[in-house]
Design a protein around this ligand. Structure first.
Ligand code: 2P0
Length: 353
């Protein structure tokens, strides 16, 4: 036996995902159960992603976590729910070469260390929690030899952060809201893999990398408590859009995809404005980017580019193909000239594939 001097580690990388039909509002705060289905595109792992290493050793006395080099507490109920569920699903692990043998029941006593890095601004509305929690659950599941499939893992990641459940798959992903009170059917499913529509090009325009003022968690709580519009959105508008968006992605119908994504982003920001006190995630520059894209799409007669904004001012622009992406970049550089070289680096460019 290796005594107490061994460490077993696993490293994983998970990209973030961008919702094109948005999740906003919960029916259960503890289990993180949403009030509507949502659909997202998972980005290419080379660009916006989280890298997480997890380690287990008998020498560790507590579960601990470091995010971007700083220790963060794991005492929150969300982390605790994820860890508890993963431990209950853990299995025997044997590394013969290292003389390591962990039995299923050992996982109750063993402690883990988690080290996580985002290669993009944290909590600036670029879905950092999505990539982070998905990666944490995925890497711990590997370490603990959890045998459940990605859909089951998505239900665990969901309890860490709602949007995280969608990052366990590449390509186009639907988070099904589910009906069960215990959340067992509130899971992510893949609609199409990353090769299905790989001529789309996603450009992220960083308007501001500052941390947002209203967190998504408290923002959506206030919306559900105070907005009348959110009920209409969740019950009447989104169910129809989900069906139409599934159809648009299946048929690679860019005009339909673009109209739905833009309309849904705008309605999400409208329900934010309908919240008391109102939440403003977009900035003047965000509005100018919308006008620029809308004018261009109207001029061409058919949509060339879709825009979507999450809980922050940064624009996610999805262009039909590489040619329109090049034209889009030209326009962005003309209308929004970067003031410094650092700004120029903020035009993060990534293929969806
Ligand atoms: C989404 N957003 O569908 C929507 C669109 C932001 C705008 O999911 O409380 O960080 O951890 O479940 O997942 C952001 O919310 O919130 C989000 P919690 P989360 O991507």
């Amino acid at each position: 036996a290796a005594g107490k001097n061994w460490v077993l580690t696993v490293t994983a990388q998970t990209p973030t995902n961008i919702a094109v039909i948005k999740y906003w509002g919960k029916r259960d705060e503890d289990l993180i159960l949403p009030i509507n289905d949502s659909i997202s595109v998972t980005l290419d792992p080379d660009h916006l992603c989280t890298t997480t290493s997890v380690a287990v050793s008998p020498a560790f006395t507590h579960d601990r976590m470091w995010l971007n080099g700083k220790e963060v507490p794991l005492s929150g109920v969300r982390y605790q729910n994820c860890l508890k569920e993963l431990r209950s699903l853990a299995n025997d692990v044997e590394e013969e070469e290292k003389g390591i043998k962990i039995s299923k029941k050992d996982w109750e006593k063993l402690h883990v260390h988690i080290v996580s890095y985002n290669n993009f601004p944290t909590a600036a509305g670029l879905a950092s929690s999505a990539a982070g929690l998905a990666c944490l659950v995925f890497s711990l599941a590997k370490l603990m030899n959890v045998k459940e499939d990605n859909s089951r893992l998505s239900a665990i990641a969901r309890q860490g952060s709602g949007s995280a459940c969608r990052s366990l798959y590449g390509g186009f992903v639907k988070w099904i809201m589910g009906k069960e009170e215990n959340g067992s059917d509130s899971i992510a499913v893949q609609l199409a893999d990353e090769k299905h529509w790989d001529d789309l090009v996603i450009i992220i325009v960083v308007v501001s990398s500052r941390q947002k003022e209203t967190s998504s968690t408290s923002g959506m709580r206030e919306t559900v408590e105070t907005s009348a519009l959110i009920q209409h959105r969740a019950k009447e508008v989104v169910p129809k859009r989900i069906i139409q968006m599934e159809e648009a992605t299946k048929n690679r119908d860019f005009p339909a995809f673009s109209r739905l994504a833009c309309a849904d982003s705008n309605q999400f920001h409208a329900v934010c404005l309908d919240t008391l006190p109102p939440i403003f995630y977009m900035k003047d520059t965000s509005h100018r980017i919308i006008s620029c894209v809308e004018k261009w799409n109207r001029f061409e007669g058919t949509p060339q580019v879709a825009y979507t904004f999450d809980a922050g001012p940064n624009a996610v622009l999805i262009s039909h193909n590489r040619k329109t992406a090049a034209q889009l970049l030209q326009r962005l550089l003309f209308y929004f000239p970067p003031q410094s070289e650092a700004d120029l680096n903020s035009y993060v460019i990534g293929d969806k594939s």
